[in-house]
Each structure stands twice: as C-alpha cells, then as structure tokens.
Design a protein around this ligand. Structure first.
Ligand code: PLP
Length: 376
C-alpha cells in the first residue's frame, strides 16, 4: 500500500485551547557535540552509568516481561519505600519521574480560576505544568541572594491558592531553604492548602540547616514530598520518581495519573538501586566533593558562586550570560543557559570538571566583569 498523497501535513485551523499560546515548550538540556571533546553538563544528570548490580537486575528479569503491562501501582517499589520512610504504602505514588508526580498534583488540585505559588526563577517545568492545568502561576521572585523569599510567598497566598511549591535545593540557583524558613511557611499556610516540597536533589544537600520535607510531612497534614530516581540514583533515562503525601491527596492524584506510566524495567532498577544504597551513597559523596572542588576553584578565580546543595552550580551573569555561554560552549562545556540571567553547570566526571575549572579561569581573565554580576 502506498502512502496516501492527500495526507495533510498541516492544518490551517483546529479547535483547541487558546490559552496554550502562553505556554512555553519545555527546553531539554543541550546534548554535547560528537565531533570534538565536549561534556554534557546541561541536565543535572548523574555522570556515571547505572551500578553493575542495577544493570544485572534489569538484564535478568525485567527484559523478559516486555510483552506484559507493568504493575500499575509498582508495589515492589512502593513496599520498599514504605518501609524505608516508615509510611503507609497508600501514602506513596509512583510516576514516570517526579515531573509526573508534580503534574498529577497540579492536575488534581488546580484548574482555571485557581492559583499556584512558586519561587521564580525555579524549575522550568512549573509554569508549563501549572498553565497546562489552566491554573494561574503566581511567581514569587527569589531574594537578592537567589533564595526562596518565604515572607513574600506567604504574602502571595489568597483564597484562590490551591498549591504552594517549594524547590529545595532550588533549580537552577542551587540555594537551599532553611528549617526556620520552611517552618515559617508551614505555620502561615492554611491547613487545607497543600505544600509540595520538590526535593529532586535532596541527596546532594549538605547544608546543615536545611529543612527535610519528610520531617514536615510527619508534622503537618498538608505536605506532599516529590523525590526522583533520576539524579542521585542515575536513572534519568528510565523515568521513575515518587510522591509521598496524605492518603486522600494521593488518591486524587491517582485519578489523574496516566495508567502504566512507570515501566517494569524502571521499577526493577529502582528496587535494585535501593538495595545498592551504599554504592550509591559513595557516588553521591564523590559528586559532592567534586562540586566543592569546582566551587572553591572558581571562587579562587574571582567568580561569585552561590553555595550549592545540589549536583550543579549557578553563575549569575545577567547581560553577560550569552557571552560567557559562548566561551564555555566553544571549550566543550555544554551547560544550561538562561539568557540574560545566568548559567547552570552540572557536576560531571573528574575530567569534565577539570575542563570547567580551566575554562572558567580563561573566561574570567577575558571577561572580568562576569565576577561582578552578583555579590555575596
Ligand atoms: C527541581 C526538579 N524537580 C523535578 C525534576 C524532574 O525530574 P524527573 O522527572 O526526571 O524525576 C527536575 C528535573 O530536572 C528538577 O530539576
């Protein structure tokens, strides 16, 4: 059969939601070019491949079941997590990455005429997810030191507020939220307004005064925690994350969940990763040590780098962002560029990090003004 030549490749007009015009398309971190030495440091991925035990677990069982739908609830992962966090399994929901958890929560709680408060700049998916649900984003600017402005977030609460998002550590600025700030927020939020703590990078958070969302979950009735296997666990390509929250909220989220979104391979890899916790902890420790090595080196070169609680660091560069980005790209450092604002660089392998340090040294000698875009 030949392809129908009349198949339309475009359509002049179609009935659809006009409000989608205001939604940006999510931009994926740029890949590294393959024709020269370059490192992809644009998506906060773990630079190491999966642990050998995780690969073995996938080889042995998961690939044999590809003709079957996965367990929709992912009980083997959920039971393991329930024991680890000492919570009711019904309080846990799996998703294809924590992006899906955030999306389900927004879809379950919000809609036209309602508001979602979150810090800005923050994770680029928030405005897309919130607008996608037809809700109104209320973006609260970060403080001058690039942290959540908790009093301003509290001031932004209205009768229309359905959800408040805290991103700790914040992507892309890497800054953390303190225990006192989190408590201040929780004490001010009406108990029927849910607060989401997106802790995608919490394993890298070494700030001794940071809040831990699971502690708040145990203390307040309106906390949902989103975690992922994409970052510390290095399973970004398999798509698995989870939410922990009050059972009635989790129940509503499961109504809007995409059925079978989390593959059996992903579930098997997650269980094997939880079993290999010591090896994973060693990798996380290594990434944290590399992060500190880079930040110390860059500060020594004269850069202002905010303290990082994540597997990336941030350069606030304002109008110099594109100029610095061009120099990094030319040298093979493929970072995430937020034009007119700054650059986020993920921590990579030792070799990649050496290149970052070396390149930053030459950039600041050519563009000393880059150091003056943000003062600590
Ligand atoms: C702050 C934050 N939350 C959530 C996610 C979602 O990650 P995933 O869907 O891979 O779990 C990311 C990914 O970059 C992130 O930076």
């Amino acid at each position: 059969m030949t392809a129908a030549s009349s198949a339309p490749e475009s359509i002049a007009a179609f009935r659809h939601r006009e409000d989608l015009a205001s939604i940006p398309v999510y931009r994926q971190g740029k890949p590294a070019p393959t024709d020269r030495r370059a490192f992809k440091l644009s998506s906060n991925e773990n630079p190491y491949g999966p642990l050998p035990s995780v690969v073995k677990a996938i080889d042995e069982s998961a690939l044999a079941t590809m003709n079957r739908y996965p367990d929709m609830h992912g009980w083997k992962v959920v039971e393991r997590l329930a024991k680890r966090y000492d919570v009711d399994p019904a309080a846990i929901i799996l998703g294809a990455g924590s992006s899906e958890i955030i999306t389900e929560l927004v879809n379950a709680l919000t809609g036209p005429g309602t508001e979602v408060i979150y810090p800005w700049r923050s994770f680029e998916a928030y405005p897309i997810i919130v607008r996608g649900a037809g809700a109104t984003p209320v973006e609260v600017p970060l403080t001058v030191d690039l942290r959540h402005d908790i009093p301003a977030m509290i001031d932004a609460i209205t009768d229309r507020t359905r959800l408040i998002i805290v991103n700790n550590p914040n992507n892309p600025t890497s800054t953390t939220v303190s225990r006192a700030e989190a408590e201040q927020l929780m004490e001010a939020v009406p108990s029927d307004v849910v607060v989401l703590f997106d802790e995608a990078y919490y394993q890298f958070n070494t700030d001794s005064d940071t809040e831990v969302a699971m502690d708040l979950y145990r203390k307040y009735p309106n906390v949902v925690v989103a975690h992922t296997f994409s970052k510390a666990y290095g399973l970004a390509g398999l798509r698995i994350g989870f939410g922990i929250g009050p059972v009635p909220v989790i129940n509503e989220m499961s109504k809007v969940a995409l059925p079978f979104a989390v593959s059996d391979v992903a579930q098997t890899a997650a269980v094997a990763s939880l079993d290999a916790q010591d090896e994973l902890d060693a990798r996380v420790k290594d990434i944290i040590a590399e992060r500190e090595r880079i930040i110390d080196a860059l500060r020594g070169q004269g850069w202002h780098v905010p303290p990082s609680g994540a597997n990336y660091f941030w350069l606030q560069l304002g109008g110099l962002t594109d100029a610095v980005a061009d120099k990094l790209t030319e040298a093979g450092v493929i970072a995430r560029v937020f034009s007119g604002c700054g650059i986020r660089v993920s921590i990579g392998t030792h070799e990649a990090n050496d290149l970052v340090i070396e390149t930053c040294a030459s950039v600041i000698s050519e563009l000393p003004a880059a150091a003056e875009q943000w003062g600590e």
